[in-house]
Design a protein around this ligand. Structure first.
Ligand SMILES: NC(=O)c1ccc[n+]([C@@H]2O[C@H](COP(=O)([O-])OP(=O)(O)OC[C@H]3O[C@@H](n4cnc5c(N)ncnc54)[C@H](O)[C@@H]3O)[C@@H](O)[C@H]2O)c1
Length: 303
C-alpha cells in the first residue's frame, strides 16, 4: 500500500471525490467525519469522530503521512451571523491541529477558499500574491487559518500547503449546504423549480470541475517547491447568466427568479491558476463539458 492519508471532513463533497482519486492511486485512505456516509467509497476506512475532540483527533493521526483538512462549520452565506463560531471553533481547533501534525511530522493540505479570501479585486485573474480582502467572515476565518499556517511554516520550517479552491462543482455536491450555484441550477432545472439568483446574474465566478480539483490536490501531495499557497481554479470567469444560457444550449429549460443582491457576494472572482498549472500539466475540463457530464450523472443517479 502507498502513503496513509487522513481526510478530515472526508465524507463531504470534496473529501469523497478526493478519496476516490487517492484510492485509485493506491493510497491508504482514512475518512474522519461525524458519521459514516450511507454510500461508502470502496477501500476507504471510516473513522467516526468529532474534529473538536482533541483526543479523537490525536488518535486518528496515529501512523498518518498526510492530512487533508476538508471541513468548515460555517459557509459564506451564514458566516456573518455565525462569525464567532468560525473564529472560536474552526480557527482555534485548526491551530491546535497544526501543532499536532507538526509534532508528528505529518504533511498537511488545508482547503481554503479562493472564492472568498480575496474579496473584490481590481486585477483579474487574481494571483496568490494579491492582498486578500475578505468581505465575509467565512473568507476571513480561512485567511486567519492561512496566516497561522504560514507562521507555523516559518517558525517550524514546515510546509503545510494551502489550497485556495475557486468554485468546484460536480457529483456529490449539495447546494443546500450553502454553496454551489451550478449544483442548484442543474437540480432545480431537472425538478422544474425556480433557480434563485441574488442580484442581476452578472456576478462572475471561476467554476472548476471537481475531478480537476482532486487531480490538482493529488499533485500537491508530492510538491516540494518554494510556494505554500495555490489557487486551484480554471482561470476562466463565467457569470450566472452564462450558466443559464449554457443550460438552454443543452436543450434544458431553466426558470430563474432574481432576488436582491447580497453583501456577502463579491462581484467578480477569477483566480489565476498559473502556479498550480506549472506543476499540474493536464488540460482542465471545459465548463460546457463539465456541465454536460454532471447533468448526465444526476440523471443517471435520478437525483
Ligand atoms: N465546496 C466548495 O464550494 C468549496 C470551495 C472552496 C473551499 N471549500 C472548503 O473545502 C472544505 C470541504 O468542503 P466541502 O464542500 O467538501 O464541505 P462539506 O460540507 O460537503 O463536507 C464537510 C464534511 O465535514 C464534516 N464535519 C463537519 N463538522 C465536523 C466535525 N465537527 N467533525 C468531523 N467532521 C465534521 C461534515 O459531516 C461533512 O461531511 C471546507 O473547508 C470548505 O470550506 C469548499
Amino acid at each position: 500500500m502507498g502513503k496513509r492519508v487522513l481526510i478530515i471532513g472526508g465524507a463531504g463533497f470534496i473529501g469523497t471525490n478526493l478519496s476516490k482519486h487517492l484510492i485509485k492511486s493506491n493510497m491508504e485512505v482514512f475518512c474522519f467525519d461525524m458519521s459514516v456516509p450511507a454510500k461508502k467509497v470502496e477501500g476507504v476506512r471510516y473513522i467516526c469522530g468529532d474534529f473538536f475532540d482533541d483526543y479523537s483527533l490525536m488518535e486518528a493521526l496515529e501512523g498518518i503521512d498526510y492530512v487533508v483538512h476538508a471541513l468548515s462549520t460555517v459557509n459564506p452565506g451564514n458566516s456573518n451571523e455565525k462569525y464567532l463560531q468560525g473564529y472560536e471553533r474552526d480557527f482555534i481547533q485548526t491551530t491546535k491541529l497544526c501543532k499536532m501534525i507538526i509534532d508528528k511530522k505529518i504533511r498537511m493540505i488545508f482547503l481554503s477558499s479562493g472564492g472568498t479570501v480575496y474579496g473584490n479585486q481590481e486585477i483579474q485573474p487574481i494571483s496568490e500574491d494579491a492582498l486578500p480582502r475578505p468581505i465575509n467572515h467565512y473568507g476571513n476565518v480561512k485567511l486567519c487559518i492561512e496566516n497561522t499556517i504560514r507562521t507555523f511554516n516559518y517558525q517550524a520550517h514546515t510546509k503545510i500547503l494551502i489550497a485556495r479552491i475557486s468554485n468546484p462543482y460536480g457529483p456529490g455536491q449539495d447546494f443546500n449546504k450553502g454553496v454551489g450555484f451550478i449544483d442548484a441550477a442543474l437540480k432545480k432545472t431537472i425538478k422544474e423549480e425556480k433557480i434563485e439568483i441574488w442580484g442581476d446574474g452578472n456576478n462572475i465566478r471561476d467554476y472548476i470541475y471537481i475531478d480537476d480539483v482532486c487531480r490538482m490536490l493529488m499533485v500537491l501531495f508530492t510538491y516540494n517547491g518554494e510556494f505554500d499557497t495555490f489557487n486551484l481554479s480554471s482561470n476562466v470567469g463565467t457569470s450566472q447568466r452564462d450558466i443559464i444560457e449554457m443550460l438552454q444550449e443543452m436543450g434544458l429549460k431553466p426558470q430563474v427568479e432574481y432576488l436582491s443582491a447580497r453583501s456577502v457576494d463579491a462581484k467578480k472572482i477569477i483566480l489565476n491558476n498559473g502556479r498550480i498549472m506549472s506543476v499540474h500539466k493536464n488540460a482542465l475540463i471545459p465548463i460546457r463539458d463539465g456541465l454536460r457530464e454532471y447533468y448526465d450523472w444526476l440523471l443517471q443517479k435520478k437525483i
